[in-house]
Structure formats: C-alpha cells, structure tokens
Design a protein around this ligand. Structure first.
Ligand code: ASP
Length: 338
C-alpha cells in the first residue's frame, strides 16, 4: 500500500510567479507544475492530496488566525493520511511551525513544513527538492513532531529561525541538533525525536491575545518600553543582551518593567544571540530582571516563546501558571536551566 500524504498549501515563494511588483502567489500554478512532475508519480513516492488555500499568502501576511486554520485542516484530515506537508513562505515559517507544535497536542504523525527560496517556475530552484523530500519524509518516517525541512536538514519546528534571506539553507536550529540530514540517504536521528504521550490529537485554538516582542538596544528609553507595556498587553518576549542582561543603571526602565510584572504582564527574557541560553543569575544586569519578576526563556527562540505565550494564554491558565510553564519544556522547545 502506498503511503498517503496531505499537503496544505498556504502560499509562499515555492508556487509564486513574477509580477510587476515582484513575486506573488498564483492560484493553481503549483498544482499544475506538480501534476507534470514525473517523480511525484513514481510508485516509490507516497500518494498526495493537495489542498490549495484561498487566498494563497505571502507568509508576511500570516496571522494567528491562519495558524488555527492550518491546525484544524490537519486535524480534520488526520486519520486519512500517514503524514502532512505544509507548504509555506519562508519569512514566517518558523513562527507557524512553532505555533503548530503547541496547537497540535498528542501528535503521532509527521507534520513537515517546507517551502523554497526560489520558486518552482525558475529553471534553477530549491522548490522541487524540498517538496519531494518533505513528501518522502512525511509519508515514510515515524517522526511524530512538527518539523521544518529545508536545505537538506530536518529540524524540530519550534527550534528554527530563518537565518538567511538569500541562501538556500535559509533555516537553522541554533540550540538543537537537526532531527535528520539528507544526503545520499535520509538519515533520521531517532534518539532526538520527541514522542508525545497520548493517542489522540487535540487541537488547541489560539485566541486573540495581546502579546508582543521587543528587542533591547543601547539607549532604549523607559518611555518606549512603557508604551508597549500598556494594557491590554498580556505578554512580552524581551530580547535581552547575551545571557539575559539589561541596562540596570536605567532605573526608570527597571521601574517600568517591575510595574508591568506586578500588574500581571508575563515578561520572558530571551537572548538576542543566535545561540546559547539565558542565565539570569550570571550578571547583576541580569539578576535585576529576576528580582522584579521577569522570567527566563532559557534557550527558546523568540518565535517559540511568542507562540508558546499565545498557546498558554489561550488555554486560560492563571498568570502564575503561565510564568511557570514558560520555563518548562512542553514540546521540545527549550533545554532548561544549565
Ligand atoms: N516572502 C515569501 C514568503 O514568506 C518568502 C518565501 O517564501 O521564501 O511567503
């Protein structure tokens, strides 16, 4: 029996064609191209069904509402297929993959995000390889995780970051090794695969919550930060320096952050560095954050921290519980204290 793969085609460069304003998604085009690809007809390939979304999006236009649409689409088709491929633009793919990892609880089948840097309409492109390999992985491997396949590597989705705007290896997983590598063979690092307890998939929708991210920079004013922290803001991912440091000599800034924590805003410190983990005890400029109620995001990416907050607020937990769970590994998104 040939394996069956469901493809949720949300948009992205992979199926775009040129226009006077640059590349835009073109309805029907990718499907047409896929019908002409002999590789996809081979008996060695899983059979696929493709669901083209309407409208197809440049992923810059993705919102949490679309994350819900994708999660529900997968859940609706869950029992009919062996695996799932989500075709998505690269710009916000790491956010959507992170979001889906939290939304799909009890996942027992592969969900593989992919896309391309060069559209399939161009002679030289990375679309064909990414597409074929993602379908093969989704159909043939026991990887019950939301993953992202790109440029010969398979990553855990909620560990990924887009690191290259114009190279074909657009993604990296700076704080967690690849789940697989693709060369002559497809090699899966089975010992790294997360297996969720439970048998049934449960979709947790994301509600409309006011959550934000802010990158510190030298000279940032308390006023700017205060403006962001105004109600109805519920959660903030604070991109701090290095191990989780902040200008502690800026007393006004510290006061503004402390007041927000006291008023119930969940503030999570992540690092601006691509690799490594937050350690709020390492410097006085970091321990001040711990004192005022900011919590550590450890080695979570901003994408993972932000979408995890959406998830936890949507579950309706108390602020105290959200602060606790943000520091606990729930889908393989963080390594925890060193
Ligand atoms: N702007 C495109 C998108 O994110 C980029 C891409 O797909 O590579 O949809």
């Amino acid at each position: 029996m040939r394996k069956r793969v469901y493809i949720a085609y949300t948009g992205g460069t992979i199926g775009m064609t040129p226009s006077e304003e640059g590349y835009v998604p073109r309805p029907g085009y990718l499907k047409e191209q896929m019908e002409k690809m002999l590789e996809l007809k081979s008996g060695l390939m899983p059979q696929y069904t493709i669901n083209e979304y309407d409208p197809l999006l440049d992923s810059s236009n993705m919102t949490p509402q679309q994350w819900v649409v994708i999660a529900r689409d997968i859940a609706r088709n869950y029992h009919e297929y062996d695996g799932f491929v989500v075709l998505h633009g690269t710009d916000t793919m790491a956010y959507t993959a992170s979001a889906l990892s939290f939304m799909l609880e009890g996942l027992q089948k592969p969900v593989i995000f992919t896309g391309s840097q060069i559209p399939i309409c161009e002679i030289r492109n990375d679309a064909r390889d990414n597409l074929i390999t993602a379908i093969l992985i989704a159909g043939n491997f026991d990887i019950p995780e939301v993953c992202l396949y790109f440029g010969d590597r398979l990553f855990r989705g909620n560990r990924t970051v887009k690191v290259n705007a114009d190279r074909l290896d657009a993604f990296d997983s700076p704080n967690f090794p690849p789940l697989g590598t693709v060369g002559v063979d497809i090699k899966i690092n089975t010992h790294l695969i997360n297996r969720a307890p439970g048998k049934e998939i449960v979709v947790h929708d994301f509600g409309d919550h006011s959550i934000s991210a802010l990158r510190l920079f030298p000279g940032i004013s308390a006023q700017v930060v205060e403006n962001i922290l105004h109600p109805p803001l519920k959660g903030l991912v604070l991109e701090t320096y290095g191990l989780g440091n902040i200008p502690d000599q800026n007393k006004e800034l510290i006061k503004v952050l402390e007041r927000a924590c006291q008023q119930g805003v969940v503030i999570v410190a992540c690092t601006q560095c691509l690799r490594g983990t937050v350690d709020l005890g390492a410097y006085k400029t970091g321990s001040v954050l711990e004192k005022i109620g900011v919590i550590s995001g450890y080695d979570m990416t901003t994408e993972a921290a932000l979408t995890k907050m959406y998830y936890l607020f949507s579950r309706g937990y108390s602020v105290e519980e959200i602060r606790r769970l943000m520091q606990v590994n729930i889908r393989g998104e963080l390594t925890g204290p060193i």
